[in-house]
Each structure stands twice: as C-alpha cells, then as structure tokens.
Design a protein around this ligand. Structure first.
Ligand code: GLY
Length: 324
C-alpha cells in the first residue's frame, strides 16, 4: 500500500528529483513518510471509543474515509444510552425527537438533514441527500419523505427511558443548557484514509428539550463540520447557537489554510465565541481539527471536554485544552 501511495503521489523530474504535487499539501519525502506512519487516522468528539474503533478498523482494512466516518458515527446513533445522538436522544419541549446530521466527502460534496423525525441513522439519510439529490440539505417533513423514498423504514426514536426523563422534565419545564451533558453531546468525526483523503460527519439530537423546530449547528456545513481535502477538517460540539454564529468549523479550516496549526486554529475559533458571547460561562463549545499532515488540535470553553483518537490500532481518549 505504501508503495502504491508513493507512486500515485510522486513524479520523477528529468533531473531525477522526486516531486510531490503541492496540491497534496506535502513538501518533502519526509512529509510523505510521515503521512504513511500516521494514516489512517480517526478523531471524534467526546469519549466515544466504540465509534472511533469502528471507523478506525474499517480504515485499517482499506475502507474509504467516507464509508468509515458514516459507519463510525452510526454506532452512537444506535446507542440507546446516548441521550444526545440518534435513537434515545432527548426530545424537544413537545416530546418530538428530531435529529440533525451532515456528512462531507473528500471531493467537497456535502449532504445534510435537519429535524428528521423517524430515522435513527440521520447521517445515512444525509449521505443519500449528498449522493442522490441535487441538493445539500433536506429538512422536516421533506427529509422524512425522502428517507422513506430511499427505503429507510419509519422508526420511533423516543425510547421508554427518554420518555420517562421527558415526563420528569415536564414537571418544571426548566430550560437550561447543561454543560458537558453526561460527558457527551454531538458526535463529530473526521477520518483520513490510507490514501490521505479526508471525510467528516456530525450527528446530534440537538439540545435537550429545545423549542420545537430548533435546528443546531450539527447539520450546518461550515458550522458543525467543514473540510477541504487539500487543507484539513474541523468538527464542533456544544452550544449550537454560538457555533453557528461563528461558523466555527469553516473558520478553523480557513485559518489552517493560512498556515495556522490545527491547535492554533481551534483556539482562535473558541476565543472568537468567547468575545462575542458575554454569557460564555454558561455553556460549552468545543472544536477538534486535523490537517492534511495528520496534525491535531482541540480547544473548548470549559473543562471536561475530551476527544478520542484511533491510530495504529490504538484508541486513545485525549483531554482537550480549555479556556477556563
Ligand atoms: N451541537 C449540537 C446542537 O447544539 O444542536
């Protein structure tokens, strides 16, 4: 495989010098060798080890970044104990579980769904939007109708447990964003496959007991997720409203394009949220990012956020740096 990458990505000049196309983001043979040691690579928000393991093992066996990222986040969409993603997610104030998700492919294609009511695998419906329609995003009833047309069977996403918790919530109807909700929230994942191609996905049931109709950052290309296969990618978790107002994932990729490291770019994006949201102490927002060389970054407002990395057959939970 290494040899194949080498041949595909390099050329020999008349002087016998090896030239690596600048578009790949590598300048030297050392960069290329470095890449071969680092890839494939998976990172995901929070400590979702089963999701990163799934994506990582798929990549190890030769899957594309796009397939790996979809199947990786699907693990959490199915996890009924996870009350912030997929089936079992907390409902809105009126008892509806509504899912938001998006996916991006290395060629820049993107698909998204918002306010999807009857399917666990919002990310897979988003992928179909990307691959089977001329559009990027479908919402609400249209997203549900499209899912049925694509053969996704109608499901009830409200579990006994989440209904019980909702009935409890109804007693006070208190609306207060929870910081680091049970130590998880949206899952955002970025994968780099053996060929060095990047794909990303982001999927969430959004804020617990949100207003009916509320859509967060997770399905918004540029906010919950953005990538450019020549540069790198970023994904977000936490308070969607703050992330949307800063278009944080796009900002991070553009900063990396200008030469910032993934860590510097994540810090700038979080600092911008802090500057423009005087109530920043009341919520969490976090970004993770990687660049084309496989360098990583993560930063968040509050202590308690971590991300998981799968590389060289090893899953590792890494606490993020934080603002305060
Ligand atoms: N980050 C998930 C949301 O705010 O909906």
């Amino acid at each position: 495989m290494k040899r194949r990458i080498f041949i595909r990505n390099t050329g020999i000049t008349s002087l016998g010098m090896t030239v690596i196309p600048a578009t790949l983001g590598f300048n030297t043979i050392n960069d290329l060798e470095n890449m071969q040691n680092k890839f494939p690579l998976t990172i995901a928000t929070w400590n979702f080890p089963n999701a990163s393991q799934k994506a990582g093992e798929l990549l190890d066996s030769g899957a594309t970044a796009l397939d790996a990222v979809e199947q990786g986040v699907m693990i959490e969409e199915t996890n009924l104990k996870n009350t912030t993603v997929g089936k079992g997610g907390a409902p809105d104030r009126e008892g509806n579980v509504t899912l938001d998700a998006c996916i991006m492919a290395p060629n820049g294609n993107a698909g998204a769904v918002a306010y999807l009511k009857n399917n666990t695998h919002a990310v897979s419906v988003a992928r179909r939007v990307m691959e089977e329609t001329p559009h990027v995003m479908l919402v609400g009833q249209g997203a549900d109708q499209f899912a049925r047309e694509q053969g996704f069977e109608k499901e009830n996403l409200l579990t006994e447990e989440s209904e019980k918790a909702y009935r409890e919530w109804l007693k006070k109807k208190e609306y207060k964003p929870i910081i680091n909700i049970e130590n998880h929230d949206t899952i955002g994942m970025l994968c780099i496959d053996k060929n060095g191609d990047i794909a990303g996905a982001c999927t969430s049931s959004g804020l617990s007991y949100k207003m009916n109709g509320r859509v967060g950052d997770s399905p918004i290309i540029g906010s919950g997720l953005f990538l450019d296969n020549k540069v790198g990618g970023a994904v977000a978790t936490g308070m969607g409203e703050a992330i949307m107002k800063s278009v944080g994932s796009f900002l991070i990729v553009e900063l990396m394009r200008q030469g910032k490291s993934p860590q510097e770019a994540c810090e700038i994006a979080i600092n911008r949220i802090i500057k423009t949201n005087p109530n920043y102490r009341d919520f969490q927002a976090a970004f993770i990012a990687l660049n084309k060389k496989g360098e990583l970054g993560s930063y968040c407002i509050q202590k308690g956020f971590s991300y998981v990395k799968y590389q060289n057959s090893k899953n590792e939970n890494i606490p993020s740096h934080y603002y305060f």
